[in-house]
Design a protein around this ligand. Structure first.
Ligand code: NAG
Length: 291
């Protein structure tokens, strides 16, 4: 009995600690697959995932989140990374699941990575947008962020927003907002489709491939025992704009996003002729704001 109480107190403290704190991989993440191919490094500040011919590897957050700002610094597989896919995403469980995806599709040496993004709500996905990056993502760590609040899912790269998926429930578009999600990351082989449509295969003579993660930060509401615990001040209306909870794009960040989209977007489901022929999803027909 005393042990149970003590454990309860410890668990409560661990939860408080998990809220709004710079992440430590030892504390906040667990390897989920890869049989030792994923390794925590640098006392928990970093984590390396590896991929060889036998297997890739992956990890997940221990906590489940219901809204938050999640940042991760990633250095992608250098050199010939054709056929490799590095992922960083939030996902809930079950068939009608929600999911917010960053996926990095490798390429042969000297050719650019593709950054693939997608949003699933109630099991419905097919909302892909793809980008080139404006830097070499294998030379240094860059920060990839997801801001997820009740009105927006904002994807950002080094603080520059590249995509804003808005809550258009009023127009019948599902939005991820009721299912807690964990953070997942993985490095795996998908040479049947990932690089140049599957034409370029993985060159295993370069294995093992390594993708490095660090700077995991979850300023997020954590689910524990069915309750949502948010960092202090998260929903403070007087602090509008100071918190991710109220975050939307300012005029300036909106203009930066549009600039990135004009210069670096290489695929948009809303303008895909095949999708246009099928009838576009409702959110594609909502006019972007004109500013
Ligand atoms: C790889 O490079 C080719 C040639 O530049 C490009 O067409 C392709 O989109 C790049 N990315 C992937 C993932 O295939």
């Amino acid at each position: 009995m005393r042990t149970a109480v003590a454990l309860g107190v410890l668990a409560a403290m661990a939860c408080l600690a998990a809220v709004a704190q710079a992440g430590n991989f030892l504390q906040d993440a667990e390897m989920t697959w890869g049989d030792g191919r994923g390794k925590v490094v640098d006392g928990g500040r970093g984590l390396d995932l590896t991929l060889d011919k036998t297997s890739g590897s992956g990890f997940q957050s221990k906590a489940e989140y219901l809204f938050g700002k999640i940042d991760m610094q990633i250095k992608l597989v250098p050199g010939n990374s054709a056929g490799t896919v590095t992922t960083f995403y939030l996902s809930s469980q079950g068939s009608a699941h929600d999911e917010i995806d960053f996926e990095f599709l490798g390429n042969v040496t000297g050719e650019p990575y593709t950054l693939h993004t997608n949003v699933f709500a109630k099991g419905e996905g097919k909302r892909e947008q793809q980008f080139r990056l404006w830097f070499d993502p294998t030379k240094a760590f860059h920060t990839y962020s997801i801001v997820w609040n009740p009105q927006h899912v904002i994807f950002a790269v080094d603080g520059t927003p590249i995509r804003d998926f808005k809550n258009h429930e009023a127009r019948g578009v599902s939005f991820p907002k009721n299912q807690p999600m964990r953070l997942y990351a993985s490095l795996w082989n998908a040479d049947d489709w990932a690089t140049q449509g599957g034409r370029v295969k993985t060159d295993w003579s370069h294995a093992p491939f390594v993708a490095s993660f660090r700077g995991f930060n979850a300023d997020a509401c954590v689910m524990s025992g069915g309750a949502q615990r948010c960092p202090a001040g998260t929903m403070d209306a007087s602090g509008t704009g100071s918190s991710w909870w109220n975050q939307e794009l300012s005029d300036m960040s909106y203009r930066r996003m549009r600039w990135v989209q004009r210069k670096f977007m290489i695929y948009n489901y809303c303008t895909d002729p095949k999708r246009v022929a099928e009838g576009l999803p409702a959110e594609c027909k909502i006019r972007l704001r004109s500013k």
